[in-house]
Every structure is written in C-alpha cells, then in structure tokens.
Design a protein around this ligand. Structure first.
Ligand code: PGA
Length: 244
C-alpha cells in the first residue's frame, strides 16, 4: 500500500480529484466506483470545479456507487442517490444512464444485488475505486464480522454505523436498517483503489488497515492484499507510516 499524507482536508481533496481527473484524461471511458459520506465531499467539489473550468469531462465515464440504504426512495433527500446528485452528478456531464447506484426501492433486493453485480461485470469492471473508511473499519457497508461477502449483497447495518449515520434522518429509529452494498470481492476487483480518510476519529481504523495484518474484523485491512492501493490521509488522522 502506498501512503500519502496531506497537510489538511483541502489538500487531500485537491490531490485526489487530480488523480481521478488524470485517470479520466488518459482513459475517457474510465469506470469509477464512488463513495458517499463526509470525506469525499471535498473531492466532488474539486471535480465539479475542474469540470466547470474545462479540465475534465465525465461524458464517457461510467460510475458505480458503492452502496445505498434499503429500503429507501431514491428521491428521498437522505438516499445516496440524492447525495450523489447533490454533490456531483447534477453539476457535471456524466450521462444519467451512466450513474449507477443500487436501487433502494427494488421489490426483490437480492435480485437487485445480482443485477448490479452483472452491470459492473458488463461495464468491463472498475478501473478506479475511491473509498472512504468507517470508524469501525468498514468499506462500503461491509461491516466487521466473522465473514465477509464477496459480491453485492444485502446487509443489516451495525449499531456503530447506525450511530454514525443517523444524523440526517433525525434518529436511529427513522433510518433504514439495511443497505445494498458492493462486496469485498467487487471492490478488490477494481484495477486501482484510492482510500481517503480525514481527522482523528479515523486513526484507529486507518492504523488497523495499514497494520500488516488482515482480519474480517477490519474489512479495510483486506485492501492490503490488493496490488494498487493508495491511502491518502490528512495530518489530523495522525498516522504517518504503513506496515502493510
Ligand atoms: P465518512 O464515512 O466519510 O462520512 O466518514 C466513511 C464511511 O463510513 O465509509
């Protein structure tokens, strides 16, 4: 794993947006995997700025988002579809049909997961996956546990994730308790992976991800088995070396 530490969140965001834009410039048909969460907001802001200044175009790109709550109306302001529209999709030239997110309203969630996985395969596979990391070491909604699923699947959210994410819903009771998420195998199949983390609340998870040990208790630690992963942190995370 390659570790890059930037001075602050803005530098981290600019650096990662540049990496993504360069990837798209060298292959306009880049297939991206993108996350939601607080951490990527700055990257999306920078990509939007670069698009508006004519430095990058998403016209031929395909995006697969990592996950979506279940059940949720895609038009619900708290859906990940709405998040992506608000933070990126509505501001750039990515064709709507190229913006893929699992359908949080699918009648049969298992079938929806199979359909999503097939779409990823048919796209030719993910070229670049951008990932956040949860305080509990999750990636996407692949939560710590005895086993991890390889492919897109339905998950029950852990207490830690419900607590971390309930804010916009007003309460834990009001939020969906399940999600559809790419699996560890879907993510590990990406040709290249960039993981971003900002702030001291991520220190423990980042240390475990870089520790040189692999455990399903820290799903992100499995990324150490991938041969092209860059971890980009800001100084506030407080981690400056990588054992993995
Ligand atoms: P965050 O979420 O960027 O909001 O911290 C990351 C995650 O939980 O994967």
């Amino acid at each position: 794993m390659k570790l890059i530490v930037k001075k602050d969140y803005d530098e981290l965001s600019r650096y990662v947006a540049n990496e993504i834009a360069e990837c798209i410039r060298s292959n306009p048909r880049t297939v991206l995997c993108l996350p939601t969460g607080n951490t990527p907001v700055g990257v999306y802001r920078e990509l939007t700025r670069m698009y508006k200044e004519g430095d990058v175009s998403f016209a031929q790109c395909v995006v697969f988002n990592l996950d979506e709550y279940y059940p949720i109306d895609p038009d619900d302001p708290n859906s990940y579809r709405s998040f992506m529209k608000h933070n990126l999709f509505d501001h750039v030239d990515l064709p709507p049909e190229s913006a893929n997110i699992p359908n949080g309203q699918a009648a049969d969630p298992e079938a929806e997961c199979e359909r999503y996985e097939a779409e990823i395969r048919e796209s030719g596979g993910i070229d670049l996956a951008l990932l956040g990391i949860g305080r509990n070491g999750h990636i996407g909604f692949n939560e710590p546990g005895r086993e991890l699923c390889l492919r897109t699947h339905v998950v029950t959210l852990t207490q830690s994730t419900l607590e971390a994410n309930h804010g916009p819903f007003g309460s834990i009771e009001a939020m969906p308790k399940r999600a559809l998420t790419m699996g560890i195998g879907s993510i590990m199949s990406a040709k290249r992976i960039i993981v971003i983390a900002s702030g001291p609340s991520k220190r423990q998870a980042v240390e475990a991800m870089l520790s040189g040990k692999v455990t399903t208790d820290v799903p992100a630690s499995l990324l150490q088995l991938h041969r092209d992963v860059t971890v980009v942190l800001d100084e506030l995370v407080g981690v400056s070396q990588c054992d993995g």
